[in-house]
Design a protein around this ligand. Structure first.
Ligand code: SAM
Ligand code: SF4
Length: 340
């Protein structure tokens, strides 16, 4: 993979609301080996491979973002570790650590992490976010439609052994994993992992109605406060999570509340899909075609123009609601397409 993505301009990316963009979430594939029921339907239609950027194109794009002041890149998907040769991209980006890039990280469902944990660590990845909604094998199969909890737990153990810092992400689901949340927290904290709870978002059609399992996190927090002493802490990881410290377990819980608490004022991020579409907001339709820019006659000039347009269009905030049964998703796009 080549190292050259000549900067046309090194000016930082700053939007209309004076927010500096320092964080890129890059979806390396929309494909996945699980079918989490809140994320996608069983018969999810994936993109034709020809539309997806090559790893070289992704690398080049990532370098252009670094040239413009992005210091943190998270590789996501779909499931990033199902993309063949994904480690090539990780290694190439790992070489930028300390040279513009401050952090390279990954969000994964961990089904293949046992195979890749050591390589990720060797390439310079220090932390991974792992999605785990339950440790109950039956519920895991029901939620993800695949019976692979043992592989996931092996992947998590491998990450820990490889020296990766792990954060667990858990979507809070009424009547599904709701009762298990305290024991998931205890387990995570016992392993030395933070755990972040996420409200389910109305993104893309799925088979069921998300309303049935939507669980506002203020209710979860009240329940946890009945059990433990939670203290708000000022920890910010550059993301939307608000953290509390749990006195009894010694660990931290994050709350991501896209529905009950809007967190857009400090937004520092943009997302690029596997086809090179730049989304300025997870909750908005606005997109800029970086693939066309990359494949144009003068990619540097076209990318600079595309970045400028994107900064002019990044919206001030998103607005999600899940307030009645049967409502259509706020956006047709699935989280797995934009890169969760
Ligand atoms: N496959 C990887 C994984 O699951 O970690 C990375 C991509 S996945 C789209 C990233 C995160 O988005 C996961 O933590 C998942 O639980 C979350 N997610 C997916 N669909 C969601 C939705 N509709 N609302 C809230 N979170 C969602
Ligand atoms: Fe796959 Fe992640 Fe979506 Fe689950 S949440 S279906 S693991 S992309």
């Amino acid at each position: 993979m080549t190292q050259s993505a000549p900067p046309l301009s090194a000016a930082p990316l700053v939007d209309r609301f004076d927010r500096r963009i320092t964080y890129l979430r890059l979806s390396v594939t929309d494909r996945c080996d699980l079918r989490c029921a809140y994320c996608m339907p069983e018969r999810m239609e994936f993109l034709p491979r020809a539309e997806v950027l090559t790893l070289e194109e992704m690398h080049r794009l990532a370098l252009s973002f670094i040239d413009r002041g992005v210091t943190k890149i998270r590789l996501t998907g779909g499931e990033p570790l199902v993309r063949r040769d994904m480690m090539q991209l990780v290694r190439a980006l790992g070489r930028k650590l300390g040279d513009g890039l401050e952090e390279l990280t990954l969000t994964t469902n961990a089904t293949r992490l046992a195979e890749f944990a050591d390589d990720l660590r060797a390439a310079g990845v220090e932390r991974v976010n792992i999605s785990l909604d339950t440790r109950d094998p039956n519920l895991f199969r029901q939620l993800s439609r695949r019976a692979v909890l043992p592989q996931v737990l092996d992947g998590i153990a491998a990450a820990r052994e490889a020296g990766l810092k792990v954060k667990i992400n858990t979507v809070a689901l009424k009547g599904l994993n709701e009762a298990e949340i305290p024991s998931l927290v205890e387990w995570a904290h016992g392993q030395g992992f933070d755990l972040t709870l996420i409200e389910v978002m109305p993104l893309g059609e799925v088979e069921g109605d998300r309303f049935d399992h939507y669980l506002p996190l203020d209710a979860v927090r009240r329940d946890l406060e009945g059990r433990w002493s939670l203290a708000d802490i000022p920890l910010r990881t550059g993301g939307p999570s608000r953290y509390v410290q749990v006195a009894e377990t010694g660990g931290r819980i994050g709350f991501i509340t896209p529905l009950t608490g809007n967190f857009c004022a400090g937004c520092n991020r943009v997302r690029v899909t596997a086809t090179g579409q730049l989304f300025m907001c997870l909750g908005g339709e606005g997109q800029v075609d970086l693939r066309a820019a990359l494949r144009s006659a003068d990619p540097d000039a076209a990318l600079a123009q595309a970045f400028e347009r994107a900064m002019g269009e990044k919206p001030e905030k998103h607005h999600f609601v899940i307030d009645r049964p049967g409502a259509a998703p706020a956006l047709a796009r699935h989280m797995s397409t934009t890169g969760g």
